[in-house]
Design a protein around this ligand. Structure first.
Ligand code: DOR
Length: 304
C-alpha cells in the first residue's frame, strides 16, 4: 500500500487532504455527506474571542470568475466553540486544526493559550489573512507584525501552528519568511483575493460597504504561483489552498512544493470531494509508481 502520511514539522497528518476553514462549519452538518475518517484533517470555521455577527447580507455572490464572500468572521466566539463543538470535533477520526483570528496580537496569543488546554487538537491555524474585517488582516500584510504575532502565539501554546497567509500583498515570500523565522510549523496559502462585484444599474456594490474575498478555480493559477514562490524562497512546510477542485489540481500543488492541500470552495459544490480526492491520490501515486506521497512533494523541475 501507499504511504500517504505527511509531517509538517510538529504537525502529523495521515494524508495530505484537508478541508479548508469556513467550508464545513463545525463539521456536524456535514456528517451525512462524508466519512470524516478518510480525510487528512478538518479545519473548522474561524473563531474569535467574542461572538461576531459578521457583515450584513448579502455576503456571497457567485461571479463568472469565482465565488466572492464577505462573511466577516461570523462565529459564536471561542468559549462556545470549546463548549459546543470541540468534543464532537476531536472525537472524529481525523486531525482537527482549530482556526482563530483576533483584533490584536495579545488577544490571539490568549486564545491560543486557551486552546493549549486541548492537546486533542492536531494544531492551530492562525487566520492572519481575512480580507473582510478591519484590524486582524494587518498582521498578515506586514512581515514584522506577522513575525511577532506568530512568536507570541508560540510562546503561549505548545500545539503545532499554521500561519494562514493572504495573497493581498506584494511579496508573500517575505511574509512566509517572517513567520518561518518566528517558528511556525507550516504556512497555508492562500486566503481569498480581495475583489468586488457591482450592480452598475443600481450603482451599488453588491456586497455593500465591504469588498469580498474571491475563491474558486479562478484563483488556482494565482495560488499555485504563490506556493511556487514560497517553496523556492523559504524553508517552511506549505499547505496549498486556492481553487483546488480535482486530483490534477492536488498533484500540481504537491509537485509545486505543498506538503498538504486544503479544499475550500469546491467543498460547497461537492461536499464529498475531499474524501474522493484521498482515494484518487492513492490511485494516482500508484500509477506513477510512487510508494509514498513524499516522492511527489516539491518534485517540480525548473529549467536551468
Ligand atoms: O474569504 C474569507 N472569508 N477569508 C477569511 O479568512 C474569512 C472569511 C470571512 O469570514 O469573511
Amino acid at each position: 500500500s501507499i504511504d500517504l502520511g505527511v509531517q509538517l514539522n510538529r504537525l502529523s497528518l495521515k494524508n495530505p487532504i484537508l478541508v479548508a476553514s469556513g467550508t464545513f462549519g463545525y463539521a456536524r452538518e456535514m456528517t451525512s455527506f462524508i466519512d470524516f475518517s478518510r480525510l487528512g484533517g478538518i479545519i473548522p470555521k474561524t473563531v474569535t474571542m467574542q461572538p461576531r455577527a459578521g457583515n450584513p447580507p448579502p455576503r456571497t455572490v457567485e461571479t463568472t470568475a469565482g465565488l466572492l464572500n464577505s462573511i466577516g468572521l461570523d462565529n459564536d466566539g471561542l468559549e462556545t466553540f470549546i463548549d459546543k463543538h470541540l468534543d464532537y470535533l476531536c472525537g472524529l477520526d481525523t486531525a482537527i486544526i482549530a482556526n482563530i483570528a483576533a483584533r490584536n496580537m495579545d488577544e490571539l496569543a490568549q486564545m491560543a493559550e486557551r486552546l493549549n488546554a486541548y492537546p486533542q487538537l492536531a494544531g492551530v491555524e492562525l487566520n492572519i489573512s481575512c480580507p473582510n474585517v478591519s484590524g486582524g488582516v494587518d498582521f498578515g500584510t506586514n512581515p514584522e507584525m506577522a513575525h511577532d504575532v506568530v512568536k507570541k502565539v508560540r510562546n503561549a501554546c505548545d500545539l503545532p501552528i499554521i500561519a494562514k497567509l493572504t495573497p493581498n500583498v506584494t511579496s508573500i515570500a517575505s511574509i512566509a519568511q517572517a513567520v518561518a523565522e518566528a517558528g511556525t510549523d507550516a504556512v497555508s496559502l492562500v486566503n481569498t483575493f480581495q475583489g468586488t462585484a457591482i450592480n452598475w444599474r443600481s450603482r451599488k456594490p453588491i456586497l455593500g460597504a465591504v469588498f469580498g474575498g474571491l475563491s474558486g478555480p479562478a484563483i488556482k493559477p494565482l495560488a499555485l504561483r504563490a506556493v511556487c514562490q514560497v517553496a523556492r524562497a523559504v524553508d517552511v512546510p506549505i499547505i496549498g489552498i486556492g481553487g483546488i477542485s480535482n486530483i490534477d489540481d492536488v498533484m500540481e500543488f504537491l509537485v509545486a512544493g505543498a506538503s498538504a492541500v486544503q479544499i475550500g470552495t469546491a467543498s460547497f459544490y461537492n461536499p464529498g470531494l475531499s474524501a474522493a480526492l484521498v482515494e484518487q491520490l492513492e490511485e494516482t501515486l500508484a500509477s506513477e509508481n510512487c510508494s509514498s506521497v513524499k516522492e511527489i512533494i516539491g518534485s517540480l523541475q525548473y529549467p536551468e
